[in-house]
Design a protein around this ligand. Structure first.
Ligand code: CS2
Length: 439
């Protein structure tokens, strides 16, 4: 088993990461571990969970170490990752977190807080009530302290599946500061940067069966083990306030413009993923690879990727969207991953806009149909009607109430038009969507 080749005690924390779930551990922490193995110093990660004590309870007793297992039809390969030093729960360790955020050697604060963690209202503006319980006040206090002590700005690195994630984070942070700490706005804009990133690695939630399997490999129990696929991609806009690890030596792509990669990923991978989730659950499947094997679903998924989403993406030079679709289908077919559809079905209201509606709108302007996405929207509405059990979504109560009455077209009209729950982002697209569903 490969283990860290560096002295972990010699590494100081350089990155504070909000949202230390399985995805971060299989992705950014893995790239950072590779950089440390090659001799980089002082980019160790301090992980933060906002409230849930789960990951801290798993990782802290094992000094932050955990096993990363890559699973494919060819077998499994495992390594121990050493880049995470400790996990703090923000709700109970506020003072220690503040110390880490204001330490001069902390230069990057990164985020995988999921779409809802950014606390956006339907019109995209900041929901101040939700934001007050999130990372915004913690960060703004830290920025004030850093300004006062002159220890420099930070790179705020969003690694979530939002379109233009860096720019969105910058805009939302600015909104918070403008109301709560207006004297910091200018300093934030000159001293801090928010690069956009595209992150990609499929990471199912770890199960107890996975932990039992890792125990066999490792010879001891690893509460923090993470299972993932061999594939990984990270495209990063190279705009860092105070340096970064040389992640590009370990597979990351540092580019001037992330947008073509991010748009292709959100619309082709995530768009097809969400469609698979609702269509697959509707037909009684549990896992992604099972739904992919269903002859009634696979052509719709392939159509979403190749005919509906890909034509709306302005590819970067050298970016081959057809080959990208081939690779995505093969990844979704991975029989060793056991990626649960219900995990992807979560938080539809936060995901669907950038995954489906952007494609639908671009295709509407070209007067082209999107049969796959329309089928997916109907399956989502069935999901909201309770077809697959309880709905896990921050807007669940209101969404489910709206979905109870009327045809799919009527429900879509209520959700996406006028003052509908998801209309803010999407007017006037909702009108066309409802019309398309009605025919
Ligand atoms: C998935 C993503 O759960 C979901 O919504 O679509 O987490 C997906 O697995 C990752 O974005 C892959 O990089």
């Amino acid at each position: 088993m490969a283990v860290p080749a560096y002295d972990r005690n010699e590494q100081r924390v350089g990155i504070v990461h909000f949202g230390i779930g399985a995805f971060h551990r299989a992705h950014q922490a893995w790239y950072t571990d590779a950089a440390m193995n090659a001799g980089e110093r002082d980019w160790a990660i301090l992980g933060v969970s906002m409230r849930s004590p789960g990951v801290a309870a798993q990782l802290n007793p094992q000094d932050g170490l955990y096993t990363l297992v890559e699973c494919s039809a060819q077998g499994r390969s495992a390594r121990v990752i050493g880049s995470v030093h400790e996990v703090l729960v923000a709700g109970v360790a506020r003072a220690r977190l503040a110390m880490a955020l204001t330490a001069p050697q902390t230069r990057i604060v990164s985020f995988t807080v999921t779409e809802k963690g950014y606390c956006r209202k339907a019109d995209g503006s900041l929901d101040f009530d939700a934001a007050a319980r999130g990372f915004y006040p913690i960060l703004s206090d830290a920025l004030r302290e850093r300004q006062a002590t002159g220890c420099g700005g930070l790179t705020l690195l969003s690694c979530d599946n939002l379109a233009d994630n860096g720019r969105q984070l910058a805009r939302l942070m600015r909104e918070w500061l403008a109301r709560e700490a207006p004297d910091l706005v200018e300093w934030f804009e000159t001293e801090c940067t928010c690069p956009s990133t595209m992150v990609d690695r499929i990471v199912p939630a770890t199960t107890s069966a996975d932990r039992a399997e890792v125990a066999q490999l490792l010879g001891c129990l690893d509460e923090g083990a993470v299972m993932t696929e061999p594939f990984s991609q990270w495209v990063i806009e190279d705009r860092f306030a105070r340096g970064r690890p040389a992640w590009e030596k370990f597979g990351a792509q540092l580019v001037a413009d992330v947008a073509p990669y991010e748009t292709a990923k959100l619309r082709m991978l995530n768009g097809a993923h969400s469609a698979l989730a609702y269509l697959g659950l509707q037909r009684g499947h549990t896992y992604v690879h099972e739904a992919m094997g269903d002859g009634a679903i696979r052509p719709l998924i392939e159509g979403i990727m190749r005919d509906e989403a890909a034509p709306t993406v302005a590819a970067a030079p050298g970016q081959d969207l057809d080959a990208y679709a081939d690779a995505l289908l093969a990844r979704f077919d991975n029989p060793a991953l056991n990626h649960k559809l219900i995990q992807i079905a979560m938080d539809g209201s936060q995901k669907i806009p950038q995954r489906w509606l952007e494609t639908l709108e671009a295709q509407r302007l070209e007067q082209r149909e999107c049969p796959g996405l329309l089928a997916a929207i109907s399956a989502w509405i069935a999901h909201l009607r309770g077809a697959n059990g309880l709905v896990d979504d921050p807007l669940a109560d209101s969404l489910c109430a709206v979905a109870q009455h009327g045809s799919d077209a009527e429900v879509a009209a209520k959700l996406f038009t006028g003052d509908g729950l998801l209309a803010g982002f999407w007017n006037p697209r909702g009108e066309a969507l409802a019309r398309a569903l009605a025919t």
